[in-house]
Design a binder for this molecule. Structure first.
Ligand SMILES: [Fe+2]
Length: 206
């Protein structure tokens, strides 16, 4: 049985998909459909995670407080804007490969692997920790996808992942880690900093 909304939208002539998510259409760019399909899957995961990180930066931009409010308020917005650029580049790479870029918040929420933060405000250290955790997941997936793209001959995807996604995320991690230097989290005392649920995650995993 179809949902009411779906029926109505069909009646209006909208909502009919011309390409299903997870498929690739032909693109004469001298890359097998199999290669484009496989790279699109990896890119969509990184895209969903990047959209989540992008939104987390805005959440923290709004909700940060304390003595470092102003500098973090500005830094978080700078990183947000850089993630916006990456999101667009990733999505357009997927479309270039003939795939369908994930786009809407409910679909992103179902796909991302980044843990969902609460709606309410969290302390500055927890905010920074969540950002680092998200960055590290994206960095790991980006390295893996870049290597796969290199092996399957998709240099364009490899270049985007290494030159833009990887470098930007690594650079942002630098700023966030320097910001937390000298804090309880930096010294591995997450629990005493009031973040027991996050303690250890994203640190020393490699
Ligand atoms: Fe703002």
């Amino acid at each position: 049985m179809k949902q009411k909304g779906t029926e109505r939208s069909h009646q209006n002539g909208h909502g009919r998909e011309i390409q299903q998510y997870g498929t690739v259409v032909n693109r004469p760019i001298s890359l097998d459909a199999k290669v484009r399909q496989s790279n699109c899957e990896k890119l969509n995961q990184i895209l969903a995670d990047s959209m989540t990180l992008r939104d987390m930066y805005k959440k923290h931009h709004w909700q940060v407080f304390g003595p470092t409010f102003y500098q973090l308020h500005l830094l978080f917005d700078k990183h947000f804007a850089e993630q916006v650029e990456l999101v667009d580049a990733l999505a357009e790479r997927i479309q270039t490969l003939g795939g369908v870029a994930i786009a809407m918040a409910p679909d992103v929420a179902e796909t991302t692997r980044i843990p969902r933060p609460p709606r309410g405000r969290e302390g500055v250290n927890v905010q920074l920790f969540r950002l680092l955790e998200a960055h590290e997941m994206i960095i790991a997936a980006t390295r893996e996808a870049a290597e796969a793209a290199d092996e399957n001959g998709d240099q364009g995807t490899n270049d985007l992942l290494v030159s833009e996604v990887l470098r930007t995320n690594e650079f942002q991690v630098w700023f966030i880690t320097e910001q937390m230097a000298g804090t309880a989290i930096d010294e591995g005392q997450g629990e005493s900093a009031g973040v027991p649920e996050l303690a250890g995650a994203g640190r020393g995993r490699h």
